[in-house]
Design a protein around this ligand. Structure first.
Ligand SMILES: Nc1nc2c(ncn2[C@@H]2O[C@H](COP(=O)(O)OP(=O)(O)O)[C@@H](O)[C@H]2O)c(=O)[nH]1
Ligand SMILES: [Mg+2]
Length: 371
């Protein structure tokens, strides 16, 4: 991956629905680039602040800017400001941006405006859209299981329709027959996209995909039409909850077990309330040391996973909760705050911040259907 002599930094965007594995894939890719001596700058995005993704990526020592309070499409200038800031502090050769998992129309609202307005400054890589194969098999009707409601699926479908590269992620969870079944169904439904299959977690088969993002050209076909009324309704069916809390205890406790307990309880309450979790992610950072415990859950009937375990017991620290689900945001608030209030007398919890909402109707700064 030698650097060419005359060189514009490359802007890579890795999209995909909530929980598809964007942050994992970006981290894996960024670490690999970093090892090879390439300077990387990361941009995270969310409808609100207090992001687990930012905490996770910056804990790995990578330069990160976060854009909060709205998506890239609707805050295009903030995206350029974030890129400008990273240029000042880290001079990246490669920018990797993670859009909000409930956003679509990135081709028309981000890639094409970037190309038209900032084409002298940045190379724009092909647009990748990740899928969680278990979620995708259900949505495409290949497996039974709860899917989202129709308007949420409209957003999901539009994300795939605009992809240059559809990335079937988490292949470590699939046998080869299922993978081929999913690959053919996606190829039939989204003929404009190239399809690759990887495991971002293990790094298995990522090379060909990475090569396309580093060397490939974005396809300049016309962006798919998007009905913003349906898109807005679909996005607004998803409840968003972010909370942060101080956790204190007189006696040392197992932070990994605590995170799992919180996740399992929230999951049970949301399920009982008829909601479908798209992504629950939490971090617990002890006051002492630099360790970070991370737990994730990506389906209502899934199992919460500790993706980063704390090495030692802890006495106090900071908890971040990001929950996105098809459910009433108030129900999510009750599920999270009720769970945190009921952890028992040995654990003292002080909520520092909590907010819940439905994303507002997207209003892109630019919309350019063609380059
Ligand atoms: N088994 C498996 N899990 C993965 C893989 N990539 C991501 N995950 C898990 O999927 C969950 C959501 O990942 P994350 O990167 O936060 O998704 P995002 O919402 O798209 O950014 C986490 O628990 C990840 O560890 C993979 O390749 N295999
Ligand atoms: Mg993420």
């Amino acid at each position: 991956m030698a650097k060419p002599l005359y060189f514009k930094p490359r802007y890579i965007m890795i999209g995909g629905f909530l929980g598809a594995g964007k942050t994992t894939a970006i981290l894996q890719f960024a670490q690999e680039l970093h090892r090879q001596g390439t300077r990387v700058g990361l941009i995270t995005n969310d409808q609100s602040f207090g992001l687990v993704d930012t905490a996770l990526l910056s804990s790995q020592g990578l330069p990160v800017e976060e854009i909060t309070g709205g998506c890239f499409c609707c805050r295009f200038q903030s995206l350029m400001d974030a890129a400008g800031k990273l240029t000042e502090t880290a001079a990246p050769d490669i920018f990797i941006a993670e859009p909000v998992g409930s956003c679509t129309d990135l081709r028309a609202a981000v890639s094409y405006p970037l190309r038209r307005i900032y084409g002298d400054d940045y190379e724009i890589a092909p647009l990748s859209v990740l899928v969680d194969p278990i979620r995708a098999m259900r949505i495409l009707g290949l497996d039974p299981g709860k899917a989202f409601s129709e308007k949420v699926l409209y957003v999901y479908d539009k994300q795939l329709e605009e992809a240059d590269i559809i990335v079937i992620n988490k292949t470590d969870l699939l046998d080869s027959a299922k993978l081929e079944q999913l690959r053919s169904a996606l190829a039939a439904k989204y003929p404009n996209a190239r399809i690759v299959a990887v495991s971002a977690r293990t790094g298995d088969r990522v090379e060909a995909w990475h090569r396309q993002m580093l060397d490939g050209e974005m396809d300049v076909r016309e962006a798919p039409e998007v009905d913003y009324e349906v898109y807005a309704d679909g996005e607004a069916m998803l409840g968003w909850l972010n909370a942060s809390a101080r956790i204190d205890s007189d006696a040392p406790f197992d932070g990994n077990a605590l995170l799992r307990r919180i996740a399992d309880r929230i999951q049970a309450i949301v399920r009982t309330g008829g909601g479908e979790i798209a992504h629950l992610k939490m971090t617990l950072s002890p006051d002492q040391g630099n360790d970070l415990g991370v737990v994730n859950l990506v389906r209502g009937d899934g199992t919460a996973e500790s993706i980063h375990r704390l090495q030692d017991d802890m006495n106090s620290g900071e908890l971040l909760v990001n929950l996105r689900a098809e459910a009433d945001p108030e129900m999510l608030r009750e599920a999270v705050l009720g769970t945190l209030a009921g952890l028992g007398s040995s654990i003292d919890v002080k909520i520092e911040h909590s907010e819940c909402f439905r994303p507002a109707k997207p209003a892109p700064t630019y919309r350019m259907a063609t380059v």
